[in-house]
Ligand binder design. Structure first.
Ligand code: G6P
Ligand code: MN
Length: 450
């Protein structure tokens, strides 16, 4: 079985390689015998290739690298799309430009998410078309952010063959299960929304909802990240635990203040960290693996550091640092499909009536049962009016962003930004777009300046 990773020179690729290599006990574990890494940068491919050689075990797949997209996808059984259009320089602009105009500066949430989507969608659609033409039976697992809107755009050519993933809901489930001292495999998590905009409303074990027990216990709640981030009182008010990205919505003023007082943004931190890693590893490939491991650790430890600092959350739970993020979700999807092993996972898929206030084609993030036939959303409880409102607003923003990206319309790009509730003002939208167009060539290539 051939797995192709687009963004194959990316930092998290060794995690995927490790996962497909299995633990050595069962060589046929997943049956991936060839891994094709595609990237626009041959240097990054070289560095990641060197890390993989250090991680190689007897049942690891053979690895081939390429900078040709068609060559990469032809004959693939699975394609992981994990690209970052505009690189970390683009991420820094998403953050800094928004902040300069007084709104949240974050890669997927707020103005930054719209700008990131605008420059990414045309490339993602080209990827989808290339896969549809050269590997029509392949499954595409989309990691590329903003994952919800990118997956919806890719569905135009790939239909049910593209599945969007995120590690955030499963991370929340793991933490909640640990606090409740239950095995996540024994629980049904009632979670629903859009990517980075969802709520956990119930946790059923043997038919009984255990979430109220957790919500009632402040000290217990404070043992999980979301409890510290939102505070037990707010979680009780909501009667649910929101995805961590809803911090930027519910604590918008604090989040912005934290961003503005922080010496550097997350993008700036990562840009420096990643540049140093790739440069050092390219210079001396024998050190590539050790450098990667140290860099990865530091990246995990500092995830969402601004919010943790502001809320006095302290360091991340050691359990969250190795817990299995994107690689684990992607591998679980692949295993379920390739081996026809039914599995329950939260995925970004077409709505098909799951959230009745959205149309069937809307990509939503909901629990799915997945097997060789692909994912099918499972029934979830009704979202309350507040959540329906946010989800509906954001679906409109996503669709306007996709249309703007595919038509090059400046007018639609302004509309997407101005109607985003975290931007919420036409002059801010125009100013953000102008500054972005001046600073980000990948965006200027998409949106007309007239
Ligand atoms: C989580 C989110 C991803 C996001 C990542 C950012 O895993 O689910 O969508 O890309 O965090 O992490 P980073 O280390 O790049 O700040
Ligand atoms: Mn995510």
């Amino acid at each position: 079985m051939r797995l192709t990773i687009l963004g194959g020179g990316g930092f998290r690729v060794p995690l995927v390689f490790r996962a497909v290599s299995g633990d050595g006990a069962d060589p046929a574990a997943l049956g991936v015998d060839e891994l094709v890494l595609y990237d626009v940068s041959a240097e990054r491919l070289g560095v990641i290739g060197a890390v993989l050689e250090e991680l190689r075990v007897p049942c690891s797949p053979r690895v081939r690298t390429t900078t040709d997209l068609t060559d990469a996808v032809r004959g693939a059984d699975f394609v992981f799309s994990a690209i970052r259009v505009g690189g970390l320089a683009g991420r820094v602009c998403d953050e800094r430009v928004a902040m300069a105009h007084g709104v949240i500066g974050q890669e997927t949430t707020g103005a930054g998410g719209v700008c990131y989507g605008l420059r990414t969608v045309p490339t993602a659609v080209r990827v989808a078309e290339t896969v549809a033409e050269h590997a029509p039976s392949a499954w595409v697992i989309n990691f590329t952010n903003p994952a919800g809107m990118v997956t919806e755009a890719m569905r135009r050519s790939l239909g049910e063959r593209v599945i969007g993933i995120c590690d955030s809901p499963v991370g929340l489930f793991r933490r909640v299960a640990r606090a409740l001292e239950i095995d996540p495999a024994d629980a049904v998590f009632d979670y629903a929304g859009l990517n980075h905009l969802g709520w956990l409303r119930a946790v059923y074990v043997d038919g009984a909802d255990r979430l109220p027990e957790l919500l009632a216990d402040g000290p217990l709640l404070r043992r999980i990240e979301e409890g510290r981030l939102f505070g037990p009182e707010w979680l009780r008010t909501l009667g649910a635990i929101p995805n961590e990205y809803l911090w930027y919505w519910y604590f918008r003023t604090d989040a912005l203040a934290a961003e503005l007082t922080s010496r550097e943004t997350r993008g700036e931190f990562l840009r420096e960290q990643q540049e140093a890693f790739y440069a050092a590893a390219a210079k001396d490939p024998t050190t590539a693996y050790a450098a990667w491991e140290a860099t990865r650790r530091q990246r995990e430890e500092t995830y969402m550091a601004d919010s943790r600092e502001l809320t006095g959350s302290g360091e991340r739970d050691p359990y969250d640092l190795d817990g299995g993020g994107y690689d684990a979700v992607a591998l679980a999807v692949m295993r379920a499909v390739a081996r026809d092993e039914p599995s329950d996972l939260v995925l970004n898929v077409a709505n098909r009536g799951t959230l009745p206030f959205l149309d069937d084609e809307a990509v939503v993030e909901v629990p799915c049962r997945i097997d060789a036939g692909g994912p099918r959303p499972r029934p979830v409880g009704r979202l309350d009016l507040h959540a329906q409102g946010l989800v509906t607003s954001m679906k409109a923003v996503e669709r306007t962003t996709v249309e703007a990206a595919l038509t090059g319309s400046r007018e639609l790009a302004v509309r997407a930004l101005a109607t985003h509730p975290l931007v919420g003002a036409v002059p801010v939208a125009r100013a953000v777009l102008d500054d972005q167009l001046a600073a980000v060539p990948e965006l200027a290539a998409v949106i007309r300046r007239d």
